[in-house]
Design a protein around this ligand. Structure first.
Ligand code: HEC
Ligand code: HEC
Length: 276
């Protein structure tokens, strides 16, 4: 209910923001064709670890500290039945979890070598990615973010709801410094899975592809590196000042030379001449 309302709002926002975002975007050099992207034919190495990496690691680590969700080390010591209930509750974050998913994820979290399995899956995923996908391209990522290049499955451009620097909507959090909050692997699964309650409806049927997630992540990484923390949206003030200056200059040009200002200047000059 809340989600639908908010999403409705976001659509309105999108309609309002999209033309602005598009206008603000620089013309985009033609990028490599998205057609060369291969997806979905990865070898099935470790389904439990894969499920965790793709659906949970955007919010949880096991021994790496809290992210959006708590570090799951304590949970790995829970009774299997309690753990299953807790994982089932994550449907509010990740969408439906079948009994088979719960078996896989519960089994993984109770395994003694859970961290090794997740690390191995990460490595495998990176290898597969490197073999089948184009290398990260921040310029393409920016185009996908702003919407100058459409997302392959037709999802809204991120800038409908998010800002990077001065550009984009304000419904979602500012992503300028996203790199400080999310490491790359977590970014990829967060984008592909749209692991956030307000975002999910926008992408459930139109997921961001792995290739797109890679370009987007490289854009966020590059942007965070080139924008010192605390300067996000810092454009607005200089821009305002610039516009004010421009207005003053235009008024000066537009006003006739011997307007009130000229009269006043003459009076001042006369007064100065008369002073002892
Ligand atoms: C969008 C972020 C998000 C995602 C994705 C997510 N979780 Fe969570 N998880 C949380 C938050 C926040 C909590 C804290 C309590 C709550 O919301 O229920 C939590 C709590 C938990 C807990 C209880 C831990 C404790 O110490 O209380 C477990 C277990 C858990 N999540 C497992 C998973 C699994 C497995 C997945 C993947 C299927 C997953 N989570 C996906 C955010 C997330
Ligand atoms: C319909 C609006 C909307 C669109 C479109 C959208 N998001 Fe979001 N996003 C949100 C909202 C709202 C949140 C805050 C969490 C929540 O409530 O879902 C969020 C949260 C996030 C977060 C977590 C932010 C953080 O600080 O941890 C990331 C990352 C993110 N979005 C990335 C993206 C990317 C990448 C795209 C484009 C592919 C995108 N979003 C498109 C609304 C949107």
């Amino acid at each position: 209910m809340i989600i639908n309302k908010t999403f409705g709002l976001s659509i309105i926002l999108y309609v309002a923001v999209a033309p602005v975002a598009a206008a603000a975007a620089e013309p985009e050099p033609p990028g490599p064709a998205a057609a060369g992207v291969t997806e979905g034919d990865e070898p099935q190495a470790d389904p439990g670890a894969e499920a965790f990496v793709t659906r949970c690691s955007g919010c949880h680590t096991i021994g790496g500290g809290p992210m959006k969700g708590p570090d799951l080390v304590p949970a790995t010591r829970w009774a299997a039945a309690d753990l299953r209930v807790a994982i089932k509750k994550m449907e509010k974050h990740v969408g439906s979890l079948s009994d088979a998913d719960l078996d896989l994820l519960g089994g993984l979290l109770k395994a003694a070598d859970v961290r090794d399995r997740i690390e191995a899956e990460r490595q495998r995923a990176i290898t597969v990615m490197a073999a089948t996908l184009d290398p990260p391209d921040p310029a393409l990522g920016e185009a996908l973010f702003t919407g100058t290049r459409a997302l392959r499955n037709g999802g809204l451009p991120c800038s409908a709801c998010h800002r990077v620097g001065a550009r984009g909507g304000a419904l979602g959090p500012d992503l300028t410094q996203l790199k400080e909050r999310l490491p790359r692997v977590a970014m990829l699964s967060a984008f592909e899975g749209a692991n956030y309650p307000v975002m999910r409806p926008a992408y459930a049927a139109r997921p961001v592809t792995k290739q797109e997630a890679i370009h987007l992540a490289s854009f966020f990484e590059e942007r965070a590196a080139s924008t010192p923390a605390g300067e996000e949206a810092g454009w607005v003030v200089p821009l305002g000042a610039l516009l004010a200056l421009l207005a003053v200059v235009l008024i000066r040009i537009a006003l006739p030379n011997r307007g009130p200002a000229g009269v006043r200047a003459r009076l001042v000059r006369d007064a100065q001449r008369e002073a002892p």
